[in-house]
Ligand binder design. Structure first.
Ligand SMILES: C[S@@+](CC[C@H](N)C(=O)[O-])C[C@H]1O[C@@H](n2cnc3c(N)ncnc32)[C@H](O)[C@@H]1O
Length: 348
């Protein structure tokens, strides 16, 4: 069920031209009461039924798109694709880059490779992020399977039967728990040192090792060579380190099966993300080494969703994440202005 973010009324509407269900926010009641305007927020975006002509028409009209949906893990999702078609086209419609590797970035992680499994060290925040991202991925995939099989499939491990590609897998901090839940995981990373550490670490747990294959590669290397497509592609805290985001995300999208999922976590490009994600996290609290993040590489959820949208994905969940450095724990928050996660599903 889709609801207005303000008044919680159901706001499904039907596209007059195509009889397709789409979603709008705010609701008519809110507009009437002055809590939003269709002019500003003529955010009609079809999330249930692909209605390409409607979408194209809206983009042509330079309309802001806005999505509000509540779905998955009790977390509300909201997003808005800002910017006109022209602006977005200028930003993103250019030739694909040859490589997504930023050598300097990969070198930074190669130099830290020995530290991947020090749970109280450089990658402490990534270890602790598993508390959010592992259940997010697990619940989304399990829910989807339950819907598709009408609850008849009950594997012994929740992710049994799923093939997941973890892009930018680093030392395997996320790959391992996903494999432990039963998924067959392929972890790819541009850094040879990271892959070696990941391979060595997983050998401590032979049961998990059976479910994981690590490859030194970029995602674009896999497109065209890997015949199988994945039920899900996961790329967590990687987008902000690649050389070309549209090329990177497009390649990730190409490796997802129709109806499959992509999960991304990254940092928004806001003043607040500069203050907290760079100045405070790196220079004041030293949560990660100074220089870990280049703010210019951060990307807004709207821009990321635009790229996903172009690849025939619809957003199921967009949510903010916040790290508490005292508790050393992450929590979900509505605000996406610093860290955020996106789950999107490919059209069937
Ligand atoms: C911050 S780490 C995230 C590691 C892992 N996803 C996690 O959350 O635990 C970023 C990783 O992305 C890798 N990376 C950067 N650019 C890449 C690219 N173009 N292709 C594949 N991996 C890349 C780096 O080598 C590094 O291991």
């Amino acid at each position: 069920m889709f609801v207005c973010r303000t008044c919680r009324q159901t706001v499904q509407r039907v596209c007059g031209q195509h009889s397709a269900t789409y979603v709008q926010w705010p609701s008519r009641a809110c507009v009437t009461a002055g809590r939003g305007s269709f002019e500003q927020r003529r955010g009609v975006h079809n999330t249930r039924v692909q209605c390409q002509s409607l979408r194209t028409r809206l983009l042509q009209n330079k309309t802001n798109l806005d999505v509000s949906l509540t779905k998955g893990a009790g977390i509300s999702a909201s997003s808005s694709l800002q910017g006109s078609a022209e602006e977005n086209a200028q930003k993103f419609q250019r030739p694909m880059a040859q490589t997504t590797i930023d050598e300097e970035e990969v070198k930074k992680f190669s130099n830290l490779a020995e530290l991947w499994w020090d749970e109280a060290g450089e990658f402490e925040a990534l270890h602790s992020m598993n508390e959010l991202r592992v259940p997010l991925i697990r619940d989304a995939l399990v829910n989807q399977r339950q819907q598709e099989s009408e609850g008849t499939v009950r594997p012994s491990l929740p992710l049994e039967g799923f093939q997941i590609l973890d892009v930018g897998s680093g030392g395997g901090i996320l790959s391992e728990p996903l494999a432990r839940l039963g998924a067959l995981v392929v972890g790819v990373d541009a850094s040879e040192e990271n892959i070696k550490i990941a391979q060595a670490h997983v050998m401590h747990d032979p049961k998990v090792a059976r479910n994981i294959k690590y490859i030194q590669a970029t995602v674009e290397d896999l497109v065209g060579t890997e015949e199988e497509k994945f039920d899900a592609v996961v790329t967590s805290e990687v987008v902000e380190h690649v050389a070309d985001v549209p090329t990177f995300v497009t390649a990730c999208c190409q490796l997802v099966k129709p109806g499959g999922s992509i999960f991304l976590t990254t940092l928004n490009k806001t003043y607040l993300s500069y203050a907290l994600g760079v100045v405070v996290a790196e220079n004041l609290l030293r949560l990660v080494s100074p220089g870990t993040h280049d703010w210019n590489k951060f990307i807004s959820p709207q821009d990321l969703q635009y790229i996903l949208d172009q690849n025939d994905f619809s957003t199921r969940l967009l949510h903010g994440m916040m790290y508490n450095p005292l508790m050393k724990r992450w929590s979900w928050i509505k605000n996406t202005s610093v860290n955020y996660a996106i789950h999107a599903v490919k059209a069937t």
